[in-house]
Design a protein. Structure first.
Length: 388
């Protein structure tokens, strides 16, 4: 097909202009009322090509035509399903994938193709809201997505149930499973600092922290599993770490990292939980992240770089309260000087244990940050009395 280009005229141009108008790339006042490929049409085509990652030449060849055709579909206008062998594609599929991702479902990349992974994410959503999990997005599923999609503050329905489950499960840590994830490892050392007596790689340091944390939690009756040993051969991708935690049925997932920056003045601790820019968040993940952050700041004096919502694989795919902690900057002489001190690392670990314990205290029985002696608290829990 010869590309449709500047100067052309006719029904095909009128159709192109209609789609571009629907996408707000052409003015509603003039867009639909002409069949001329004018300068405004060319600008709109270029903008469209850029937004879709196509080569930007301002002409409508076969590839751009297909993309424009797919762009017509608005979510809800047709039933979406996993078609074989040629999958459905379109803007409606992309909107659906984005909505599923925002809600924490593993729909893969928002690539506008309704493949197996999208169908599986739809089926999981259907199961959680009590619809037949057939992986097909018809009017009922669309209705449930509309009702829940942007309104539910706790994110996906599973997270609301999670909060309830945590409230009802009582304050004891005995028998719970915590997966600790020392970041990096193997071929990936993470942040590396210059040679000298204070030399540590991030991978080694966070493994040391993970082992200390493992010991402290195990002493509280927690089943602990690390995602890697001290010197693995390869570096496990985040997605595999998350899936390991899922397969172990973990109650809590804690990923340990240190930060690094070209500016040696950058320092402090930051904590991350699942969430998106639109305010969708894992309520339990956010609570755990807040507790970890506040306990560490109170007990160690590291600068408070606050908690943040991120849609990283590690946090998105894990099905339990999950946090990633960046316990200071290895590139900061101040932070590094503290981190190489084993007593400081014990204080860090104590702070994380306190946070995990507070996660299971009913909110009205919660204690001030930095105030609990973990062993005292454990004794109180065991005796059936709570700390005030
Ligand atoms: Zn790291």
């Amino acid at each position: 097909m010869r590309p449709i280009r500047s100067g052309d005229r006719g029904p095909a141009v009128a159709e192109i202009r209609a789609v571009l108008t629907g996408l707000d790339l052409l003015s509603k006042a003039t867009g639909p009322f002409s069949d001329e490929f004018d300068a405004a049409t060319e600008r709109a085509v270029r903008a469209f090509q850029q937004s879709r990652g196509l080569s930007v030449d301002g002409r409508v060849g076969a590839e751009t035509w297909r993309a424009l055709d797919a762009a017509r579909w608005r979510l809800g206008a047709r039933t979406l399903y996993h078609a074989v062998p040629v999958p459905l594609t379109g803007e409606d599929v992309r909107s659906l994938q984005e909505r599923l991702l925002e809600m924490g479902y593993d729909a893969g990349r928002a690539d506008a193709i309704y493949g197996v992974r999208t169908a599986r994410a739809v089926a999981q959503f259907q199961r959680e809201v009590g619809l037949a999990p057939d992986g097909t997005c018809g009017p009922h599923t669309m209705g449930a997505l509309r009702r829940l999609g942007r309104k539910v503050v706790g994110g996906r329905p599973q997270w609301l149930r999670e909060s309830d489950a945590i409230r009802q499960s009582g304050p004891t840590l005995v028998g719970r499973t915590v997966v600790i994830d020392p970041g990096h490892g193997g071929t990936d050392p993470g942040v590396v600092v210059p040679d000298g007596p204070l030399r540590w790689t991030e991978a080694d340091l966070v493994h040391d922290l993970a082992s200390r944390l493992e010991g402290r939690l195990a002493a509280s009756g927690v089943r602990v599993q690390l995602t890697r040993g001290p010197a693995p051969e390869t570096c496990l991708p985040d997605i595999d770490r998350a899936q390991l935690a899922n397969s172990l049925g973990a109650d809590v997932f804690i990923s340990l990292h240190t930060d690094g920056h070209a500016n040696p003045d950058a320092e402090g601790v930051a904590t991350y939980h699942y969430g998106t820019d639109n305010g969708v968040t894992s309520a339990t993940g956010e609570r755990l992240a807040g507790l970890v952050q506040r306990e560490i700041v109170a007990r160690t004096g590291l600068r408070d770089c606050r908690t943040h919502a991120k849609a990283w694989d590690l946090l998105r795919i894990t099905r339990m309260p999950a946090v990633r902690v960046e316990v200071g900057y290895l590139t900061s002489p101040a932070d590094r000087g503290r981190l190489v001190d084993p007593r400081f690392r014990d204080r860090l670990v104590e702070a994380i244990v306190a946070a995990v314990q507070r996660m299971y205290l009913p909110i009205e029985r919660d204690v001030p940050t930095g105030s609990i002696d973990v062993s005292e608290l454990r004794a109180a829990v065991a005796a059936g009395t709570m700390v005030d």
